[in-house]
Design a protein around this ligand. Structure first.
Ligand SMILES: Cc1cc2nc3c(=O)[nH]c(=O)nc-3n(C[C@H](O)[C@H](O)[C@H](O)COP(=O)(O)O)c2cc1C
Length: 368
């Protein structure tokens, strides 16, 4: 019996296996709206056999997009573009596959070029090639690397953004998403509130670890309250900033407990800094120890991610109790049939769409 292919309970929803497609920005949306690219991208991942397909970071307001190509869920146009993609993806999905959306706000990392054009701020380099820059906001007026200074958010602006999160979550429910996740990692707005490196406010939302957690937790509590019990709820967190003076795994354990208290069914444990210069020491499964510690100390359903590429590696993570679920990102881009390979290598069963059934068994490793 494969542990990786055993079902997982996430709140009230059941996932057919422990494999998730990790959220991946595609940077090809138009005015926040999903395009035909999203249709093919998500349709192929929907039929992959992964128990959960997470959609990319989706901005709750236009200025919360990282780039002009980021998805949004803040208008009737963005909602209907996403509705079409989700409807098609669902129609092609493996039985039991669930879809999640990651709600996000880029904060001071907004108004960037797309990665394949270098990812710098839009105001640098050839003006106007991708569209006009816009003014970013952040907990404090502290710049991200070479980016211009963001505007410090007033409590009134914070309230407006909190309402945008709730409205986006309600829209996600109307569209039929099964899971709603808050992006609290990778240096974006929630993370900017959490980190002492980017939050130097002296009001109730800064100045101590619990004050820095206050706004993200208030948003989490309100989003959770807006979701029906049939929708799973969680957050992606950075368990380490890999930066002197930044967040560490002790913080992540505490924050996970707090997320659990306000209704989160799970945490997805990633890492990364608000500091533009920090490099992440990637190696196979390098974030698994963070997930393992959070899982054992809090008991919350824990997803691990990062440099997981091999079926036996994923199987061992679940079988040894380091995490409840694994998410893969780049491995799914390289091989959207990764789940078939995993099932054939681990001797588990998975779904093959009938028109592709004759490919069954072709990914089995050669007999020794
Ligand atoms: C193209 C691409 C886009 C990504 N976009 C997101 C995103 O929207 N939200 C997020 O939390 N992480 C994002 N990530 C990070 C991945 O979800 C994942 O955590 C990271 O790539 C490590 O997993 P991997 O080694 O399996 O690729 C992205 C990664 C890639 C490669």
């Amino acid at each position: 019996m494969s542990a990786l292919f055993s079902p997982l309970q996430l709140g009230t929803i059941q996932l057919p296996n422990r494999i998730a497609v990790s959220p991946m920005c595609q940077y090809v949306a138009q005015d926040g709206q999903a395009t035909d690219w999203h249709l093919q991208h998500l349709a192929q991942l929907a039929m992959s056999g992964a128990g959960l397909v997470m959609l990319e970071a989706t901005a709750v307001e236009p200025r919360g997009r990282i780039t002009h190509g980021c998805l949004g869920l803040y208008s009737s146009q963005t909602a209907s573009a996403l509705e079409r993609v989700l409807r098609v993806a669902r129609s092609m999905a493996a039985p039991g596959t669930r879809f999640g959306i990651q709600l996000s706000h880029a904060g001071r990392k907004a108004s960037s070029r797309v990665p394949w054009r270098g990812g710098a701020h839009l105001s640098t380099g050839e003006a106007g090639a991708e569209g006009e820059p816009w003014q970013a906001v952040a907990p404090s007026a502290l710049a991200f690397g070479e980016f211009p200074l963001p505007t410090e958010l007033s409590t009134r602006d914070m309230e407006a953004i909190a309402q945008a999160y709730v409205a986006a979550a309600q829209a996600a429910v109307r569209l039929g998403f099964d899971v709603v996740e808050l992006h609290c990692a990778h240096g974006y707005l929630m993370h900017q509130f959490l980190s002492p490196l980017s939050n130097q406010r002296d009001d109730a939302f800064g100045s101590s670890a619990s004050a820095r957690q206050r706004w993200p937790l208030q948003v989490a509590e309100r989003v959770h309250a807006a979701l029906p019990a049939s929708v799973g709820f969680g957050a992606r967190i950075s368990a380490s900033e890999w930066t002197q003076g930044g967040l560490d795994v002790d913080h992540a354990v505490h924050f996970s407990r707090e997320l659990q208290r306000v209704g989160a069914d799970y945490v997805c444990v990633s890492s990364g800094s608000v500091d533009a210069g920090t490099r992440i020491p990637f190696s196979p499964g390098f974030q698994v120890p963070f997930a393992s510690r959070i899982r054992s100390e809090t008991g919350i359903v824990t997803r691990t991610v990062g440099a997981i590429t091999e079926p036996t590696q994923a199987e061992d993570i679940i079988a040894n109790g380091h995490a409840d679920q694994v998410a893969l990102a780049r491995a799914f881009l390289a091989d959207p049939r990764w789940v078939w390979r995993a099932a054939e290598e681990l001797g588990a069963t998975t779904f093959y769409p009938p028109p592709y059934e004759r490919a069954k068994g072709l990914r089995r490793p050669p007999a020794r």
